[in-house]
Design a protein around this ligand. Sequence first.
Ligand code: GLC
Ligand code: GLC
Length: 650
Amino acid sequence: MYEQVSHSLLNEILDELRPEIRNLKLRHFYIRLGANFYAIHSLFKMLYGERGDFREQMVSLVETLAARYIERSPHLRKSDLAREKDHNWFLHQKWVGMALYCDRFADDLTGLRSKLPYLQDLGINMLHVMPMLDCPPENNDGGYAVRDYYQLDQRFGSIEDLEALTASLRKRDMLLALDVVVNHTSNEHEWAKRARSGEKKFQDYYYLFDSRELPDIYEETMPEIFPFTSPGNFTWNEEMGKWVMTVFNHYQWDLNYHNPAVLIEMIDIILYWANRGADILRLDAVAFLWKKIGSTCQNEREAHLLLQLMKDCCQVTAPGVLFIAEAIVAPSEIAKYFGEDAINAKECEIAYNATFMSLLWDAVATKNARLLNLGVKNLPVKLDRATWLNYVRCHDDIGLGFDDNDARLSGYDPALHRRFLVDYFTGKFPTSPARGLPFGENPKTGDARISGSLASLVGLEIALEQQDDAAVQVAIQTVLLLHSMILAFGGIPLLYYGDAIGTLNSTAYLLDDAKRNDNRWMHRSHFDWEKAEQRKHPGTVEYRIFHALKKLIALRKETTAFADQDNRQLLTLGNPNLLAFTRTDPQNSRNRVLVIGNFNTQTQLLELSDLQAHHLFLQEEMLDLCSGNQLKASNGSVLIPALSWYWLKD
Ligand code: GLC
Ligand code: GLC
């Protein structure tokens, strides 16, 4: 039987390991390796079984796992064991995240450590610190073009500073998420340099071509990611006389995972950062990992096999560490990054809920929840032990990644509707108060995405300029409504730094030659600590947003029904301006919360009959957790004020 083949291979490999690895006490390592080896071997064989050096590569992989296990510190090993026991720990409602740039938020790692009280005050206990690895000063795509995966960029500080940060986070029961840029390196990475100087070994780390023949065939089916700044998917390199595959920017060279050495290097890097104390690793651009002629080179089956392998290997060495999949792809594709099943084909425990994010923005622009309801209804079922990262804004653009069919069912022409959304958020649409910019416009396809800060996109910038208090209130309500949805939806809410104090667009990037062509920098500004001080003064915009969010976060943490146990039920309502769902604590079904959001700028009627069919509002009133007041029905309906939400309990 095949399993026996894998067992005997494992025994042989263990005999062959370098003596210093063989002789150490590795009880937990061997148990986990034994448990995962069948999967690791099968996957590795599926991907690389045809190669003459298959066995050698397999040994090298196991040695990598063992060496990083030996290096793993006692307190991390202890935490691995604890998390294995309490393996659903991250589904708890207590986790609330924030994504931030270390330098833009707090100058450096030491600064960031000193700002932890600010984050804790808001209720944040999971930090996604944007990439901090060594990268070229200019061509770095905000840190996503790594020059050295084992070095922090000097700007942020030393590895000791990072250790001090992780120690401080641990004491505060806060989690750290770090990026691993798995899809590409900087063109200044040593592998790229050695490839350029002609070393075959490193040329095999990338996709290189002598002529346009193959690149032209690839281009027939590959979309462009940055059509404006980096058109096409290949860049000519004069030094080698070859075309290099560069899907993102011309200075980001795509790694070739057809070569097992690349995968083993990346697994070593993943485990290296796991050993530096990261609780969660965000794997960047995972949809792109496998390139195949004749395909879009996204979401390929092999990309999933690679992720399964990375997960299985991490399970052996650092089982307490979680993966986030950054796969901003079609709704039907995203959930596949959790894996096919939780035991045999597991990938990432967490995935960006880009569908929900873009649908929330659709609701803001259309002022109704038609498409949002359909999208939520059609969200694919996810695995147990998998959860969404729910967000309103992040460091990237907003892609309009809803399902075309859902758009048609909502009565829209998908292409025209996307055009409307871009016009709306860039302020071209009459009556729109939004101040975004189009990002990644592609004249060939008509596609575009949107850049801009949350506050500016919901109209706060214009409202403040015009000193229009009512419009300021509308903008603040919208900010809070959107957050009330991500906090209650099911999954880990991920706030974006600056949003809790209403940070507007910044134009500073226009003065920087390395950034001026990438308008995503308009929503990546330096955090303004003076503005943040305003949160202490009642009546200010900062106070109104910060304190309302802080309260919602605290309420979320107390509400057991908000833990993600696949316990959300969408309610079908007659009124298309509203989104309503229940969250039920599976341990105690009486513990149920009804979440309602009104995306319209007018008060809306919600028919009681829609709710009573679900045994809600039977007493004609429910307690609103957010205000502490009873929401009462009258004449067979409930009134939901403009841009408001409720978290209601029986
Ligand atoms: C991811 C990052 C984005 C970056 C891209 C290429 O999508 O979030 O900022 O530009 O990968 O690395
Ligand atoms: C990401 C996404 C794309 C996004 C880009 C960065 O990986 O695929 O939608 O816009 O990279 O902005």
